[in-house]
Write a protein that binds this ligand. Structure first.
Ligand SMILES: NC(=O)c1ccc[n+]([C@@H]2O[C@H](COP(=O)([O-])OP(=O)(O)OC[C@H]3O[C@@H](n4cnc5c(N)ncnc54)[C@H](OP(=O)(O)O)[C@@H]3O)[C@@H](O)[C@H]2O)c1
Length: 300
């Protein structure tokens, strides 16, 4: 049996769907049974509980041979790092208590670094915590920069006619669609051919700069002049807070951006068939970004 955390989210949803489509026994985990209900029709067992509650999570993992594990973002928390520690400790305890043999764990490029990478420090610590779970075979999928991070740009384009953010315009990032992460994780879970503890990067289809992102979006929406502006932290922080982030989360995001801009936080692996995934930025923009922008325009 497979237990899937974050099953209503970007990557966990894909993992659950793919395992269920193969006829596997799956337990989906989230906070709310109604949000998980769509998986019941497909044969999944549902477990509602909070991922910071080690006792509840131990029951959620009970009987599972393998787990898909992630640390859900909590962007409204006044102490994001403390929240991440609670999640890591609960995941570590529950994997040990339930004697789970295999885990595919969502991590991030930059999780090799112990500090100065904002929220990614929490994923570094998650890896360290799980390294301490004896008998567990684990792959830490160190994913690149999610294409889904671009979706709030629909609002920036609508309100200001630009793409904007803290990242250097020319910095080429390994941009990945979360559906590709889910597909790789499901493939690893179906095979279970890994042993020990291992980190693997996932770098998306290619490296793309924000300059190029603006150009790809511009072409897709009939505004070929659409440009990217790097904005200063003092302008971005209030915008992040307005979007629902705590002041602490906004600071961590800006710290991560600085780590990317300086080159401190960067992919370690050379691009290869194993760490490259299929979904291009053009596909993501056509299938997800443009429809989101159109829905926003229609409701404005
Ligand atoms: N953004 C990036 O560029 C990037 C890059 C690399 C790695 N990452 C990492 O990717 C992870 C996020 O993955 P994702 O996008 O697949 O997740 P996601 O879409 O944000 O989904 C997380 C799911 O976790 C569940 N959840 C939230 N709080 C919970 C709680 N307290 N207890 C139990 N379940 C809870 C939520 O489901 P319910 O609401 O139904 O409970 C939610 O659907 C984070 O660890 C992030 O650091 C992000």
């Amino acid at each position: 049996m497979f237990a899937i955390t974050g099953a209503t989210g970007n990557t966990g949803g894909v993992v659950a769907e793919k395992l269920l489509a193969q006829g596997e026994k799956v337990r989906v985990i989230g906070r709310d049974t109604t949000r998980l209900a769509k998986f019941v029709q497909k044969g999944a067992e549902v477990f509602a509980g909070d991922i910071t509650d080690a006792a509840s999570l131990s029951r959620a993992f009970d009987g599972a041979n393998a787990v898909y594990a992630l640390a859900p973002p909590n962007i409204g928390s006044s102490d994001v790092r403390a929240y991440q520690e609670r999640v890591s400790n609960a995941l570590g305890s529950a994997l040990a208590n339930a004697s789970v043999s295999y885990a595919v764990v969502l991590s991030s490029v930059g999780a090799d670094k112990p500090d100065k990478t904002g929220p990614v420090v929490g994923l570094h610590n998650l890896e360290q915590t799980l390294n301490g779970v004896s008998g567990l075979n684990a792959v830490y999928l160190r994913a690149g920069y999610f294409m889904e991070n671009l979706l709030p740009q629909t609002e920036v384009i609508q309100n200001f006619g630009i793409v904007g953010g803290p990242i250097r315009p020319d910095l080429r990032l390994p941009l990945i669609a979360t559906r590709d992460i889910g597909a790789v994780a499901a493939g690893l879970l179906l095979k279970l051919d890994f042993t020990g503890k291992e980190a693997r990067e996932l770098l998306g289809q290619r490296d793309v700069s924000y300059q190029e992102i603006a150009s790809v979006i511009g072409k897709a929406i009939g505004k070929p002049q659409l440009a990217y502006s790097q904005l200063p932290p003092q302008q971005l922080k209030p915008a992040f807070v307005q979007m629902g982030m705590s002041s602490n989360m906004a600071d961590l995001l800006l710290e991560m951006s600085e780590a990317l801009n300086s080159g401190y936080m960067t992919a370690l692996e050379t691009r290869s068939a194993r760490n490259t995934t299929p979904t291009s930025l053009e596909t993501f923009v056509a299938e997800e970004f443009v429809p989101r922008l159109q829905r926003k325009a229609a409701s404005a």
